[in-house]
Design a protein around this ligand. Structure first.
Ligand code: MOS
Length: 732
């Protein structure tokens, strides 16, 4: 593990999770694990209508119930300000008036000595409504439409001219359902006030953002709020906003002047922390007989909330994936009486690429062309919208290596032409893209007389392995064994970090950790260089390497000197250094993450049952810091993609908006029996956009899986199912 400071060899070895033992022994504390002697418990009461006003809210029976400390409603809740969100504006503050805008809206909070007392009393709160007819259908002409809310609609060329010139046109509409993020860990907030200082343990993807939101809500300085999230039980995007229940936990703690814990129930998770909005997507793709794309027109419609903001682009990937001269991509939001949707793994791209890649499969079939060949024929050598080169792009290698590993060449093109016993076999593939974001980040590193480096940043690790890869980056940069590095995160008092989202945290945080450790090494070298007794006397940081706790001159014999010896000789307890990172702006190049997904399905022709039997994901994620945790990300995303293709669908009553399957027994996620061994291949080179060469793979892990499966189902059965999930009844 010898490195120089300038070219730290940031490695891909499959290191085990450094936080694994803490998680499996229960030592890792999640937001609901924090107890206090005088802890009180809060339970939410939610609206049973989707629109209207609260006519009567009777709380006296609940208030008189054993153990109840208070019942909070719009009548006695403090006035709160609307907060900035994680991205964009935050949700409207809760309990501010009697209006109801969606089913499941919080209308009261019961706070009691025990969870059981709070839950029992919550059932005694009686609400009568002056109900209005809710807007629940994106086709409702009364609903307000919002064009291009994400600002990412895109066009080039002339779509009408392209349609006229095309020799073959595929025209199809695809739909995807509501899907709910459903992290295993129920979202929880434990809040307490010490005078005017607020501390909250929260299920979030960004403590800094919760801090800002709570400070704004209560009109207090950000320095008066501390948010902690060292462990979070998953989120998939649901933790990118500060949702109303977080604010309510802090309101309750202030009102009863005690620590308060608020844990959402599984049913409440379906209405309180967002979900992937359903989509209707109309695609028209025109091509020449030889396979060259001439035109793509892609319009998506999805609902958003009546009084809240969420917008994603369903067509961003459409505009960048292929070299196609005429193109229009548009996303339209429709305001309905629904809980606010939010980011869910691969937001925008997951449903958008599903529609695009299924339409391309339809085109390939029309043309009698191999689906991989069609993609290669339209390969975007440069960014097709801006004309700039890609910072790095190894998608061709993804196709080639993925196809090779999968055995794509065995595929016989005709649907229903491949069988395994009585089962129909299908091979399908799809391209995946994600436009990751890298935003500024900071970290601090210190090394003391115990020889242990402590590195910190206010980021989170909601599961991908951030603790582990940051430990690796620091260990490699400083030349320390892994067990001589302690990486800490999840505390808003640490150096500021962005949200763990948009597939950008590894690039942002890894670069900041790398820089902080380089600065720390430099501080040690400077100290030793000025010291005549040091073997490093007169050396500069570029003249040394590091290994096993030593700083070693590159061109001189001898073991150099240890960090701890340098500290000891100068009578110092420790040295500390800060590092910051931001995406490079000096490269005229476009960032992008690419992958190719290949799926095999077996379909029972009598029962319509679809099994995914093989899945190959070939991913260009730049430099892979840890092949084990990275592969784990791709496997997890693939399981999500299988769920999206075949299982996951949040169903609500069309008349009332009540969610009908808000349990993990009724909302089907992929389980082990649904997920085959997933073959993950990483291709590509370190990306020049940041000093550690990483891109980010969290979202591209799920993108492309559902269309690869849907295309495999067509190949197996000859049936083109254009609505997800592909359920047995659609195949009978
Ligand atoms: Mo991701 S949906 O940005 O957590």
């Amino acid at each position: 593990m010898t490195t120089t400071a300038e070219t730290a060899e940031l490695i891909g070895a499959g290191v085990d999770r450094v936080d694994g033992p803490a998680k499996v022994t229960g030592a890792a504390r999640y937001p609901a694990d924090f107890g206090f002697v005088n802890l009180a418990h809060a339970v939410l009461v939610q609206s049973t209508v989707a629109a209207g006003r609260i006519r009567r809210l009777a709380t006296s029976r609940a208030e008189a119930s054993p153990g109840v400390l208070t019942v909070i409603t719009h009548r006695n809740a403090p006035r709160l300000a609307r907060a900035p969100g994680g991205l964009g504006i935050g949700p409207p503050p809760p309990l501010q008036d009697d209006r109801i805008v969606h089913h499941g809206q919080h209308i009261a909070v019961v706070v009691a000595e025990t969870l059981e007392q709070a839950a029992a009393a919550a059932r005694l709160v009686e609400a009568d409504y002056q109900a209005a007819e809710p807007l629940l259908d994106v086709g409702d002409p009364r609903a307000e439409r919002v064009d291009n809310a994400s600002g990412r609609d895109v066009s080039r060329g002339d779509v009408a001219a392209g349609m006229a010139a095309a020799e073959v046109i595929v025209d199809a509409t695809y739909t995807t359902p509501v899907q709910t993020n459903n992290p295993l860990g129920l979202f929880a907030s434990t809040a307490y006030w010490d005078g005017d200082l607020l501390t909250v343990h929260d299920s979030t993807q960004g403590p800094m953002f919760v801090r800002a939101a709570l400070a704004a809500a209560f009109g207090i300085p950000e320095t008066a709020v501390r948010v902690l999230a060292p462990f979070v039980g998953g989120a998939f995007g649901a933790g990118l906003r500060t949702w109303p229940h977080v604010v309510l936990a802090a309101v309750a703690a202030r009102m009863v002047d005690r620590p308060v814990k608020l844990v959402l129930s599984r049913a409440q998770m379906f209405t309180s922390v967002g979900y992937r909005p359903p989509t209707v997507q109309h695609l028209r793709i025109g091509a020449r007989r030889t396979g060259e794309l001439v035109v793509i027109d892609h319009e998506g419609i999805e609902p958003t909330a009546l009084q809240d903001e969420y917008a994603e682009s369903l067509t961003r990937a459409t505009s960048v994936l292929y070299d196609c001269p005429h193109l229009s991509g548009r996303t339209r939001q429709v305001r309905l009486n629904v809980a606010c949707p939010t980011w869910m793994r691969g937001p925008g791209e997951s449903p958008g690429v599903y529609a695009l890649e299924c339409a391309l499969d339809e085109l390939a079939w029309e043309l009698g062309m191999d689906p991989v060949e069609l993609r290669l024929r339209n390969y975007a050598e440069v960014h097709p919208q801006t004309g700039l080169p890609w910072a790095s792009k190894a998608l061709r290698a993804c196709y080639e290596q993925g196809a090779e590993r999968f055995g794509w060449a065995e595929r016989t093109p005709e649907p229903r032409s491949m069988r395994h016993g009585r089962l129909l076999v299908g091979y399908g593939m799809a391209t995946a893209y994600y436009g990751y974001v890298q935003v500024p980040c900071q970290a601090r590193a210190s090394l003391g007389q115990d020889g242990v480096a402590l590195v910190r940043s206010a980021a989170t690790d909601v599961g991908p392995g951030t603790y582990t890869v940051m430990t690796q980056v620091a260990a490699d940069t400083l030349g320390l064994p892994l067990d001589r590095v302690r990486f800490e995160l999840g505390d808003s008092t640490m150096p500021p970090a962005p949200l763990q989202g948009g597939s950008g945290l590894t690039a942002a945080l890894g670069s900041a950790v790398h820089e902080a450790c380089r600065q720390l090494l430099q501080a040690f070298v400077q100290l030793a260089a000025g010291d005549a007794e040091s073997p490093l006397h007169g050396y500069l940081v570029q003249d040394v390497t590091t290994a096993d706790g030593h700083i070693i001159p590159v061109h001189a014999a001898g073991p150099g000197e240890t960090y701890t010896a340098i500290l000891a000789r100068h009578g110092l307890a420790e040295l500390t250094a800060d590092g910051a990172s931001a995406r490079r702006r000096d490269l005229d190049a476009e960032p992008g993450i690419f992958a190719a997904k290949f799926a095999e399905v077996q379909v029972d022709p009598d029962l319509g049952l679809v099994r995914v039997t093989r899945l190959v994901a070939a991913v260009d994620g730049g430099r892979i810091l840890n092949e084990k945790t990275a592969a784990s990300q791709i496997i997890g995303g693939s399981a999500g993609g299988i769920g999206m293709a075949l299982l996951e669908e949040t169903m609500s009553d069309p008349g009332t908006g009540r969610i009908a399957n808000a349990t993990l027994g009724d909302y089907l996620v992929a389980v082990n029996a649904d997920v085959p061994d997933i073959d993950v291949i990483f291709v590509g080179e370190p990306d020049p956009m940041n000093p550690i060469g990483v891109k980010g793979i969290g979202e591209v892990a799920i993108v492309g899986v559902a269309p690869a499966i849907a295309n495999a189902v067509f190949h197996a059965t000859g049936r083109r199912i254009r609505s997800l999930p592909i359920a047995p009844e659609q195949l009978l």
